[in-house]
Design a protein around this ligand. Structure first.
Ligand SMILES: *Cc1c(COP(=O)(O)O)cnc(C)c1O
Length: 392
């Protein structure tokens, strides 16, 4: 099918934060000036107000902010006393920080394979990996869709193992009507700028209902200080800035609207892909029953041997796209000593070879999406295997 000449059409950025901020720029600048006037830059009233807002949004009793999503994971593990000799089960198909945090506290990441449909941890594989040293499971709600929690809840109760949600990509996602962040013992979120709720810098937060753990987290983020330089534990410095909190509080008022835009964009992509007749080559993301996928990423699969060429072709046509993640964590050089090899976790390895994320951030309008799928179809048609298969 003839497509528009890409030279005639404007590029589609993968994400354009300045465009997203433009309609609220007055409020954002006002929030920053207000903090400059207070002279209170780290923790303090504004950070407490954000914590209260996030606790309310996630239906959690407590929310404790920190310096990043990575730190949220590290602090969660520390608060549970997890360290040397302990094993923590998680997904190999995630951002590095999930496993990096486990290693940072001295524990051993135990990678188990994913469910190829959702890209999230396979509960049966997690069950099979439990040993007497297992001290936690970290399900990751990848791309904005919650992991299959019900079987994990059963494991948690049966083996008395806490679940720490890596909800960094999933603020606003729900599972059986409950918010991500309260589906386990604790939920870890990131405010990295490209997350669904992002600051103008780094930031993170932990949501939970347990009072004792909340108290411990409050201490751990300030070197274990309970006040008055009295240190009950060795924590570290992981605090949120008031300017970030003020910006995030403004952006939180837009979050549900932005999530709706992401969901609409995802549905539109599904429809466009089906109507272009490329469904045989492009697998669209699944939505699990009883859950709300908030599309931090809209991630398709294409044949592994064509993926990098399709990516290059889209980029050449000015379409922003990305591969999350090209190497599963069990095959990263830094984890070589854990003893995994190619073939250890085939579903995660296949996903790494086949995934491609398309622009889905707020501001990617309908005509941009049409252009994305138009160029995707052209890229598919340009591949040798495509025309052969189609002719057959
Ligand atoms: C972004 C992210 C993190 C880490 O968050 P930072 O704020 O960048 O430290 C952890 N896990 C997942 C799945 C993420 O997407």
């Amino acid at each position: 099918m003839a497509s528009a000449d890409p030279a005639d059409t404007p590029p589609v950025p993968f994400i354009d934060l300045s465009a997203q901020h433009a309609p609220i720029s007055g409020e954002l600048v006002g929030a920053v000036s207000r903090i400059l006037e207070t002279g209170q830059f780290i923790l303090g009233d504004e950070v407490r107000a954000l914590e209260a807002d996030i606790a309310e949004y996630c239906d959690a009793r407590y929310a404790i902010s920190c310096a990043s999503g990575t730190d949220a994971l590290v602090l969660s593990l520390m608060s549970l006393g997890i360290g040397a000799g302990d094993e923590v089960i998680t997904s190999p198909f995630t951002f590095f920080a999930t496993a990096g945090a486990i290693h940072r506290v001295g524990a051993k990441p135990v990678f188990v394979d994913i469910d190829p449909a959702s890209f999230n941890i396979c509960p049966e594989a997690a069950a099979a990996a439990i040993t007497e040293n297992t001290r936690a499971i970290i399900p990751v709600h990848l791309f904005g869709q919650t992991a299959d929690m019900e079987p994990l809840w059963r494991l948690a109760v049966l083996h008395d193992i806490p679940l720490i949600e890596d909800a960094c990509q999933a603020i606003g996602a729900t599972y059986q009507g409950r918010q991500a962040g309260v589906l386990g013992t604790m939920g870890c979120f990131s405010f990295f700028p490209t997350k669904n709720l992002g600051g103008a810098g780094d930031g993170g937060i932990i949501t939970l209902d347990d009072k004792d753990l909340a108290e411990r987290l409050h201490h751990l983020r300030v070197h274990g200080d309970t006040g008055g330089y009295h240190h009950v534990a060795v924590g570290f410095n992981s605090r949120l800035d008031a300017i970030q909190a003020a910006i995030l509080r403004v952006k939180l008022t837009q979050l549900d609207d932005w999530i709706e835009q992401r969901i609409d964009a995802g549905d539109h992509y599904d429809w466009l892909i089906a109507s272009k007749g490329i469904s045989e080559w492009v697998t669209t993301p699944t939505r699990s029953d009883n859950s709300r996928h908030v599309f931090n990423q809209y991630t398709i699969r294409v044949p592994a041997f064509e993926r990098d060429d399709i990516l290059a072709s889209l980029r050449q046509d000015g379409i922003g796209c990305a591969v999350y993640y090209p190497t599963p964590l069990h095959l990263q050089p830094c984890f070589e000593s854990l003893g995994y090899s190619l073939g250890s976790l085939p579903a995660a390895e296949a996903a790494s070879a086949e995934v491609l994320s398309l622009p889905v951030a707020p501001g990617t309008d309908a005509s941009s999406r049409e252009r994305v799928i138009d160029r995707l179809a052209a890229a598919c048609e340009g591949r040798a295997g495509w025309s052969q298969r189609r002719a057959a």
